[in-house]
Design a protein around this ligand. Structure first.
Ligand SMILES: Cc1cc2nc3c(=O)[nH]c(=O)nc-3n(C[C@H](O)[C@H](O)[C@H](O)COP(=O)(O)O)c2cc1C
Length: 356
């Protein structure tokens, strides 16, 4: 029986026991994973799933209902608000509607994490229609925080809106999947954001997988951590076993950056990564590339994701972060969460003794 607890502003805001958020990992499903994470006392997140031949709105609704069937704990959802993500305006409308219709969803669905695009449409809609829901946005670089934490920027687009962010998720270059052109490390970005964000809580993300990371992030002033790759390698995660198996022998040098649908992505070196070459250097180059993309190119990309999800781990992108070098087991989600909190508590206590 574990009785350790680390209470922070994050656990208070989200109503979870531990200051750990499970990162969104679309276009794949993290529905079972989300319920397991929330049952373990951390905070699970339903991903924005849009594999081929599916209606992402219906899918999100189904996933949310699935989660409340399998946990009584609090959880969140991710909505990517990227230019190419044409379903996001409808997803934004779905969340207040489903919270209104379903009491259990209203009680448990506490947070929307917007990412990969403009934070304003989401924050505007949620705060004006369903103000109880919290909104965090993923911030990969300081220039975006300078805009996203400025209420005047929201007013410029939506005059009169109550839309603001309740928190930010500072996500650095070490992390898996969707990444940034700016290439700022999580440690640097976290310190910078804690300094810059004032009273707005900062969650640190990208490269964390154990108690050393949680203790370090809290010591830097973050209210908690968010992890993706560590949670893939768990018994409950619904990713294919062959995807998980690739993580165990890999080293921290086995990832590479290429270009995905929304910009740079970090993934495991495989046939797909070789074929895709290095990441596009900046946003302007990517916009030019996007302009020349056809519907067939996008379809091909989605097919590759589907291949991976079904277990073809060479022909599609295996999104993972540099933490694969430190992950060598596939435990249960509860074992992961408990060991992280226990180790963080021990390290924080040891560090506090240095003061006497
Ligand atoms: C398989 C995978 C899929 C991802 N998909 C998304 C996504 O749909 N939306 C998003 O905001 N971030 C996405 N990310 C990024 C994660 O939310 C998070 O930033 C990252 O996993 C953190 O780094 P870590 O893997 O080192 O913990 C994805 C990451 C992975 C590994």
């Amino acid at each position: 029986m574990v009785n350790f607890m680390i209470k922070t502003k994050l656990t208070e805001m989200l109503g979870c026991k531990h200051p750990i958020i499970q990162a969104a990992m679309g276009p794949f499903y993290t529905t079972k994973l989300c319920a397991a994470v929330s049952n373990a006392g951390a905070f699970g997140v339903v991903s924005h799933t849009n594999l081929r031949n599916m209606d992402p709105i219906k899918e999100m609704e189904k996933n949310i209902l699935d989660v409340v069937e399998n946990t009584d704990g609090p959880f969140g959802v991710n909505i990517r608000t990227a230019r190419l993500q044409i379903d996001y305006p409808e997803l934004i409308k779905l969340i207040p509607r489903i919270r209104k219709e379903n009491k259990k969803v209203r009680e448990q669905l506490r947070l929307v994490i917007t990412s990969a695009g403009d934070p304003r449409p989401g924050a505007h809609h949620f705060k004006d229609v369903d103000p109880d829901i919290l909104v965090f946005h993923v911030i990969p670089a300081k220039w975006l925080a300078e805009k996203a934490l400025n209420p005047a920027w929201f007013q410029k687009k939506f005059p009169g809106t109550k839309g603001v962010l309740d928190g930010i998720i500072a996500t650095g270059y070490e992390g898996g999947g969707h990444n940034s052109y700016e290439k700022v490390a999580t440690t640097v970005l976290t310190a910078e954001m804690v300094e810059f964000a004032g009273d707005t809580p900062v969650v640190s993300c990208g490269g964390w997988y154990d108690g050393k990371g949680l203790a370090g992030a809290l010591a830097m002033g973050a209210v908690g951590i968010q992890m993706g790759t560590r949670f893939i390698a768990t018994k409950e995660c619904e990713f294919h076993d062959d995807y998980k198996a690739l993580i165990l022998p890999a080293t921290d040098e086995d990832t590479v950056m290429t270009t995905g649908a929304f910009g740079p992505i970090r993934l495991l070196k495989n046939e797909y990564s070789k074929e895709h070459g290095v990441a596009v250097p900046d946003r302007e180059a990517r916009m030019a590339e996007e302009a020349s993309m056809t519907a067939d190119d996008l379809l091909d990309e989605m097919e590759r994701y589907e291949l991976v999800y079904k277990g073809d781990v060479q022909k599609g992108p295996i999104l993972v972060g540099q933490t694969i070098g430190g992950i060598s087991t596939i435990p249960t989600v509860k074992e992961v969460v408990d060991s992280i909190v226990k180790e963080a508590e021990m390290r924080l206590k040891a560090v506090s003794k240095l003061l006497s």
